[in-house]
Design a protein around this ligand. Structure first.
Ligand SMILES: [Zn+2]
Length: 511
């Protein structure tokens, strides 16, 4: 028995074991003593430690975390993409993969996640998320998150807080994070098992409670992480069926839920403690500002494109500006508003149109509220958006929280028209689009421009077309035809501006 594990006081023990029916079974006194002695030899006394420091020290030893600098594990299973559900409050879309290699470096606080043959689970797809990819690696540092797909490096600044949170709620990471963060201890009994509940907050980042069983193993983590716009969302991660890997304990089953919906479901097949895990952001990413200042590009008289990971558009009205989208993060959205004001000086941004609730389209809506703009969204979102705006930001209060300003929301139905004599801007719901139930597009009849999100995201001109027409694009065609819109050019929220003929080519129709 390790020297600093204190023997428990015998009087604390009521030695009984539940039988199959869950009732305690009493043992004769001699057997009771023997069982107690066996327990003392083979189980660290986490269940009896009285203070959090001892509980964590014992858990760290039991888990093999003391000398664990890195860990890499291979798994099979599914991930579910947060922020890309078809309807707000609904389940997250599922992606399966043949294998996932997850690696964490607890000294540098970095991580990587490589996915092999990641494919959408649903066909036809419902909800957002990237299309199926052969292989991609996502890298995480305390400041950057980026995904490498072949030669393409995609920066994901909106994922930084959540991904760092994921590093520090791993079975060993959560012990290390608790040790450095003035954790507190409570005891809980669940399913007849007494668990140490160790709670802490990583300042400005996330909060977590790790539930540690009597063997010193982390069996569950309840955590809250800041997600752009949506607020501080709760996650529950369970770790089960621990195996021993040369003194390092690691679960064979990892499951995570958010709001009761699955977000991760893994069966671990291989664990490698203390292998080299070296994650460094590419120079281009370090050298580029995290939030590069976009420059507006004129598309037509008074219509500007503001290119970015999510493209935005600025439309000049007689007395004001309409900005389409407040995407990704507050910082990125603010840089979009600045670009719109530079392109159209002397007019206020009065309206910000939210095309749909997905995080890459709504992540900066708090910046739009701070701007004082009225946020326009489809009617089904109004109540849930009000809830997002009202939810507390305790981990990292943002400028809107500090300002005390209230968001102005305007709900629109299937059609709405801005008109001030200078131009008309029509908003239309993409009825029946499986990408999102609240998907709005904008049509400028005079200019014959259509601004749309995620129904067509044109890749490079020479990119091969998918074998099967994208159902989101097919639905866009149906809506254009239903509404009898006369479109010259499509201004997408992702990808390049294209003539209407590209849409018909994508759905393999001649028009
Ligand atoms: Zn979307």
């Amino acid at each position: 028995m390790p020297a600093d594990i204190q023997p428990p006081h015998v009087q604390l023990l009521k030695y009984s074991k539940p039988n199959a029916a869950g009732h305690p079974v009493s043992f004769p006194r001699g057997i009771e003593r023997l069982l107690l002695a066996v327990t003392l030899i083979f189980s660290p006394a986490v269940a009896f430690a009285q203070d959090v420091t001892t509980v964590l020290a014992q858990a760290s030893r039991a888990m093999g975390a003391d000398n664990l600098k890195t860990i890499r594990y291979t798994s099979t299973g599914a991930e579910y993409v947060l922020g890309q559900n078809a309807t707000p409050g609904g389940p997250w879309p599922q992606y399966n993969f043949d294998w996932m290699i997850s690696a964490f470096n607890y000294e540098s606080g970095t991580a990587s996640e490589e996915l092999g043959n990641r494919t959408r689970a649903d066909n036809p797809p419902r909800g957002g998320g990237q299309p199926s990819i052969g292989r991609g690696i996502t890298y995480v540092t305390d400041r950057f998150v980026w995904t490498q797909i072949g030669p393409r490096s995609i920066s994901r600044p909106w994922n930084v807080d959540d991904r760092n949170h994921q590093t520090w709620i791993t079975p060993h990471g959560v012990i290390k994070a608790a040790l450095r963060n003035k954790a507190t201890l409570k005891w809980q009994t669940r399913n007849g098992q007494r668990l140490a509940a160790v709670s802490f907050t990583e300042p400005g980042k996330f909060s977590a409670t790790a539930f540690i069983d009597k063997k010193g193993l982390v069996e569950r983590v309840e955590s809250r992480a800041a997600i752009p716009f949506y607020g501080e969302l709760p996650f529950v991660t369970t770790y089960a069926d621990y195996e021993d890997y040369a003194g390092v304990k690691f679960p064979s089953r990892i499951r995570r839920t958010q709001n009761g919906f699955p977000i991760l479901d893994l069966t671990v097949t291989k664990v490698e403690p203390n292998v080299a895990v070296d994650v460094r952001p590419p120079d281009a990413l370090i050298n580029a500002a995290a939030y590069p200042e976009p420059t507006a590009v004129k598309v037509a008289d008074g219509v500007w494109s503001i290119p970015g990971a999510t493209n935005c558009y600025a439309i000049e009205m007689k007395d004001y500006i309409i900005v389409v989208e407040s995407p990704l993060t507050n910082e990125i959205a603010t840089s979009v508003f600045d670009a719109a004001r530079r392109a159209i000086p002397g007019k206020p941004i009065r309206y910000v149109v939210n095309t749909h609730h997905h995080i890459d389209h709504s992540g900066g809506l708090r910046a739009a509220a701070l701007e004082g703009a009225t946020i326009i969204t489809y009617v089904s979102n109004k109540r849930i958006f009000e809830g997002y705006f009202a939810s507390a930001r305790r981990l990292a209060p943002d400028k809107l929280t500090k300002s005390g300003k209230k968001a102005k929301l305007m709900a629109v139905g299937d059609k709405y028209v801005f008109s001030d004599g200078s131009r008309n801007v029509e908003l239309h719901l993409l009825r029946g689009n499986r990408h999102a139930d609240d998907l709005l597009m904008l049509y400028l009849p005079k200019e014959k421009l259509l601004i749309e999100a995620d129904a067509l995201s044109p890749g490079p001109p020479d990119a091969p077309l998918p074998a099967e027409p994208d159902v989101f694009s097919v639905n866009l065609v149906e809506n254009i035809e239903r509404l009898k819109l006369s479109v010259d050019r499509i201004l997408p929220l992702h990808g390049r501006i294209v003539p209407l003929s590209e849409l018909y080519r994508a759905v393999k129709r001649s028009s």
